[in-house]
Design a binder for this molecule. Structure first.
Ligand SMILES: Cc1cc2nc3c(=O)[nH]c(=O)nc-3n(C[C@H](O)[C@H](O)[C@H](O)COP(=O)(O)O)c2cc1C
Ligand SMILES: C=C(O[C@@H]1CC(C(=O)O)=C[C@@H](OP(=O)(O)O)[C@H]1O)C(=O)O
Length: 392
């Protein structure tokens, strides 16, 4: 399975084409719109989210609610386009530099992109580097989720840190934590920490500053053996890390214990292996059991069958309403950086994007492992494999 996205932040629409999905997969616009709405939610976002009401249009590859096996085209329209018809026109009859953005924002793609592509108007870079693109990536992720859910694989997550405030995550089953996160404005499971996070966002907004944070994505119901140890680009941990790092403003990824593993001796890191045949009676896939899951569900680039635990660190938003120092690209004189309408904090939105890219990578890994051109064929292949694992 592969996909590509296209579209500018203030252009008419965002488009994605997904190739390689099996036939017979139930997909509905409602399932996709639910994820799009989650991405728009979240305390600390700017005024753009008051304009947009993201909805998907399914333009190919789905008929009567099921995939055909042909490429699936997804479109999310930009409502803001109506306000940018002139500034974003594809037609040539415009004074190129009249309203050019020429003071690159530190931390955004502006300066490197302008030098690389030879644009003096930074808008030609920021339109595509903008995280508006993540709207359609979340739509692709929602389709990937449809495949995973058909196989009993569930994805959720929460914001675990924001502006330096850490949430205490109680030792409760994941579905309970996911429900609690869903009820919070910041997708946070710790009410006390959430209040403090909101206070920090208010303060940052009032002072023209911005905040980042950490999101955690969890996945349950995975069979052991997705991904492979045999080649660098088949290792699932590497592929998941790349997917997460591809999200705008993500600067670090952890698997399981993550960086904490580097600080502990092996005896306090690795998850000891036991065998308990009684778990098979409860429908658990394999009799091999682990008392801990410090590995976060991945060993040797393959799933272990334990829940997948991934964290991604988001830097603070680069556009500051109290701008940082920059230089004008036309005069080379020092100036304050340009101010584009902006979010104060988008960590909750980044969680939804992180879940989406993890879903996409896992759907890819499932299709590699179980092959098949239709969902039924994938399920048959999966069941054959699970029978082998059960008696292993
Ligand atoms: C959901 C989301 C919303 C974002 N909103 C903004 C924003 O309003 N203003 C801004 O300057 N950057 C925003 N960013 C971050 C920039 O898009 C990002 O920092 C920029 O593309 C440069 O890429 P890099 O940070 O990965 O190096 C957002 C990122 C995400 C994931
Ligand atoms: C539009 C979205 O996020 C945008 C991401 C973004 C950036 O620079 O990344 C800058 C802002 O764009 P605008 O100036 O048009 O408001 C955000 O609103 C979105 O998430 O849908």
């Amino acid at each position: 399975m592969r996909y590509i996205t296209a579209g500018e932040s203030h252009g008419p629409q965002l488009t994605a084409i997904i190739e390689g999905l099996p036939a017979g997969l139930p997909v509905s616009p409602e399932q996709i719109d639910r994820q799009l709405a989650r991405r728009q939610h979240g305390y600390g976002r700017g005024d753009r989210m008051k304009i947009e009401l993201d909805r998907v249009e399914l333009l190919s590859g789905v008929r009567w609610g099921r995939t055909l096996g042909s490429p699936v085209t997804l479109v999310v329209k930009n409502r803001d386009w109506a306000n940018w018809l002139e500034k974003m026109s594809p037609l040539a009859e415009h004074d190129g530099m009249a309203e050019a953005v020429t003071r690159p924002r530190p931390g955004h793609a502006d300066l490197s992109g302008a030098m690389k592509y030879g644009h003096r108007d930074v808008r030609n870079i920021l339109e595509r580097s903008s995280a508006r693109e993540t709207a359609v990536r979340v739509a692709v992720g929602a389709v990937a989720r449809c495949l995973l859910e058909a196989l009993g694989i569930r994805i959720g997550g929460m914001v675990t840190e924001l502006g330096g405030v850490c949430a205490r995550v109680a030792a409760e089953p994941l579905p309970t934590l996911w429900e609690r996160a869903a009820a919070s404005e910041l997708f946070c499971c710790d009410d006390e920490a959430e209040l403090e996070m909101k206070r920090l966002i208010d303060h940052a907004k009032a002072s023209g500053d911005t905040l980042g944070g950490v999101v955690e994505v969890q996945v349950t119901g995975l069979p052991p053996g997705l991904g492979s140890h045999v080649q660098w680009d088949r290792k699932l941990d590497a592929r998941l890390a790349m997917a997460l790092m591809s999200i705008q403003a993500i600067k670090g990824v952890e698997v399981g214990l993550g960086f904490e593993a580097a600080r502990r001796p092996g005896s306090q890191v690795h998850d000891e292996i036991g065998y308990d045949p009684t778990v098979l009676e409860r429908g658990v896939v394999s009799g091999y059991v682990r008392a801990t899951n410090n590995a976060g569900g991945l060993e040797g680039g393959m799933t272990t069958g334990e829940p997948l635990i991934l964290r991604a660190a988001m830097k603070p938003i680069p556009t500051l309403y109290t701008p940082l120092r920059s230089v004008d690209l036309l005069t080379h004189e020092p100036y304050e950086a340009s101010v584009e309408r902006s979010d104060t904090c988008a960590v909750p939105a980044a969680l939804v994007v992180a879940e989406a890219v993890v879903a996409i990578e896992l759907a890819h890994a499932v299709l590699e492992k179980f092959g098949g051109d239709s969902l039924d064929e994938i399920i048959r292949n999966r069941d054959g494999y699970l029978a082998a694992v059960r008696s292993f």
